[in-house]
Design a protein. Structure first.
Lengths: 219, 203
């Protein structure tokens, strides 16, 4: 979706505040981080759904809000949408009914983090594109989750590398289905993305793009 | 989500603290979360996992050409050799600052970052300004970080839009040929492995 999260190339933010060198700026952010991961481990939603939940924050609020406000919004939204808490409970902070689920124990955390959750899959087809090939990102504007940022759509780039097949996030967020899609690193020259007038010299952006986002370019 | 089910929002620090406290109490009360699990998750990334891991990888690559080759061809496996793997580092790619190329990592859509080797990202990495500008004006961004690149150096910006996580292999500083890997690792800052700094003694 084309919302507040899709920031590449946007103007108006001013200088970067480099004084914020830690991850957590305020104490409550630690809790939001831990709660988000702990709830994620209940297995009721996947990573792409949690990204989509943050993206659906009102665009104006997203841009005004801090990073962990996005996370807090996403977590509350998922808890409600997945039926784990009610709006009343969220507003009062009081449980009206036990979940009947088992929370993930602290002792399990090191193993869970060490294993991670790999998303590489066995390909179901041969990759359509090869390294060196010119491709164009499709012109598409779904209201659902996608990992093709706006600034590369309709732009041409050269496939730099084929990474293999991975869970296709657009579908994964919508239905939970894990379908493999070929993933490529695509190199875009800065002039192609931003126009020769506004692009910096000698600069290129490499973007990881799934095959369904791409089409062959006629030479 | 309809407006009826949309959680209300609050922005003042006190309100948001209260909102988070309420949420944690609720989740604990419903048996969805064990607060010790939350503590453990925070503690892991506050105290155990951080950029020292990445510096270890870089120093090893500087001192062991065969390791470096493995790191550049299959970063996930090479990094795992040193004991670093897992969440948000399941699929790794290392990009080398070599020749006239400088690499810079960003995530324009959220905050993707290689946790097992760098820990959690600094707040500036997640800021709207960095996410917006790293792809359009990387040289300006780098100069704000105090890094002025020569005109003939190509800047390659890596936007982490999928589950591949990027680590920059910085150039080994001149005059460090005599240093062992343990001392070299001290020259490798987190910022150098994101690409907003060069390796070297802390300024």
């Amino acid at each position: 979706m084309n919302s507040g999260h899709d920031l590449g190339g946007m103007h108006g933010f001013g200088d970067i505040d480099q004084s914020q060198r830690e991850n957590f700026v305020q104490q409550w952010e630690e809790r939001v981080f831990g709660l988000t991961l702990a709830c994620g481990l209940l297995g009721r939603w996947n990573l792409d759904e949690s990204r989509y939940a943050r993206e659906r924050m009102d665009a104006g609020e997203y841009l005004r809000g801090s990073y962990y406000e996005h996370w807090l919004h996403g977590l509350e939204r998922l808890l409600i949408e997945k039926g784990l808490v009610t709006v009343n409970e969220l507003e009062s902070g009081r449980s009206e009914q036990e979940s009947g689920l088992n929370p993930v124990a602290a002792e399990k955390i090191p193993g869970i983090l060490r294993r991670g959750a790999p998303v590489q899959m066995r390909p179901q087809s041969a990759p359509l594109f090869q390294a060196g090939q010119l491709v164009r990102v499709r012109n598409f504007h779904p209201k659902s989750h996608t990992r093709a940022p706006r600034y590369v759509r309709s732009r041409s780039g050269r496939v730099s590398e084929w990474y293999g097949a991975y869970v296709f996030p657009d579908l994964h967020s919508a239905s939970g289905e894990k379908r493999p899609a070929h993933l490529y690193s695509v190199r875009f020259e800065a002039g192609e993305l931003w126009g020769e007038r506004d692009a910096e010299e000698r600069s290129a952006v490499y973007v990881d793009l799934f095959e369904p986002y791409l089409q062959a370019t006629e030479v | 989500m309809t407006d009826k089910t949309r959680p209300h929002h609050s922005h003042s620090p006190d309100e948001i603290e209260q909102r988070v406290r309420n949420l944690e109490n609720l989740l604990v009360g419903k048996g969805l979360v064990d607060p010790r699990t939350v503590d453990r998750l925070v503690d892991t990334y506050q105290h155990e996992v951080g950029p020292r891991n990445g510096a270890h990888v870089v120093a090893r690559a500087w001192t062991d050409p065969e390791y470096k080759e493995r790191l550049l061809s299959d970063a996930t496996a090479a990094i795992k050799e040193l004991g670093y793997s897992g969440r948000q580092g399941e699929h790794m790619r290392v990009v080398e600052n070599a020749g006239r190329v400088h690499n810079l990592v960003v995530c324009t859509l959220c905050s993707c970052y290689p946790w097992p080797v760098l820990g959690l990202p600094p707040a500036w990495y997640k800021s709207s300004g960095y996410r917006a500008r790293a792809v359009t004006e990387p040289r300006v961004v780098l100069s704000e970080f105090g890094l002025e690149l020569d005109e003939d150096v190509e800047v390659r910006v890596w936007d982490s839009t999928a589950e591949m996580r990027y680590l920059v292999l910085p150039r080994r500083p001149d005059g460090t040929e005599h240093l062992p890997a343990t001392e070299l690792a001290r020259l490798v800052s987190r910022d150098a492995m994101i690409g907003v700094a060069l390796a070297g003694p802390a300024p």
